[in-house]
Design a binder for this molecule. Sequence first.
Ligand code: PGA
Length: 249
Amino acid sequence: MKKLIIGNWKLYVKTVDEGKKVLKAIEKKLPRGLKSEIVVCPPTALAVALRREYKSSRIAIGAQDIFWEKDGAHTGAVSPAHIGSSGIKYTLVGHSERRALGETDEEVAKKAVAAIASKLHPVICVGETERDADGRFFSVIEKSVKGSLSRIEPKDAGKFTIAYEPVWAIGKTEAASPRMAAEAILYIRKTIVDMWGREKAMKVRIIYGASVSAENAEGFAHEKAIQGLLPGRASVDAVEFTNIIRAFS
Ligand code: PGA
C-alpha cells in the first residue's frame, strides 16, 4: 500500500497566484523516486483553479470538505460531483475544525460514502479532543470510527483513508508522540477488524495528523502502523513539506 502525505492548507493560502507559487516551490524540492502519494488541499475555490492552471503529475489536488447531496436546495454547498468534475480526486471529510462547527459522525458518514460514490478518495478524520490517563479516549475514537464508517461497504475498504488527528495536538507546538499515534492507529485498525474482519481491515490506510513538522516526521515514519501524514501549517512551507515527504521516501 502506498503511503499518503496530504497537506491541509486550511485558509493559509490566500490567492490562486500564491497557491501556484507554493506548488511550484514544493515541486522543485520534491525528492526523486517518490514512494508516496502527495496531495495538497487548498480551499475549494483555489483547489478548482489550481487543478486547472497547475498541471503536475507528482502533486495531486484535494478538497477540504464536501457536502453529501448532489442536487436540490442547498445554498452554498459543494457536492462531490462538483469536485470530481473539476478533476480533483481527494477530499478531507470530518476534519475537527468542521466537527467543531457541529458536524456529526453521521454527517461525516454521509460525506464519506457520497465521496466514494463519486470516485473521490475521502480522507476521514477522527480523533479525541482530550486524552485521559484511564484510556477512556480509546472508546471516543472507537465510537467516531464506527459512526464515520457506518455507511461504507466493507468491499470499499481500499477506497478511503482514515486520518487519526488528536484534536488536542492540532495547531500546537508539540505533536502526539509517534508511540501515542501508533497506539491509537492500531486501535482504529482493531476497531475495523471487529467491524469488517481482518482481510478488509488491512486494506484501509491509516495516517496521522496534528502538528506534523519536518522535525518530527522521521519519528512517525519509523512507526510501521503509520501509513502517512496529514500536516496543516507545515504543508504551505515548501521546505518543511518536502522534508516531511522525504522522511517517508
Ligand atoms: P496542523 O494541522 O499540522 O497545523 O496541526 C493539522 C490538521 O488540522 O489537519
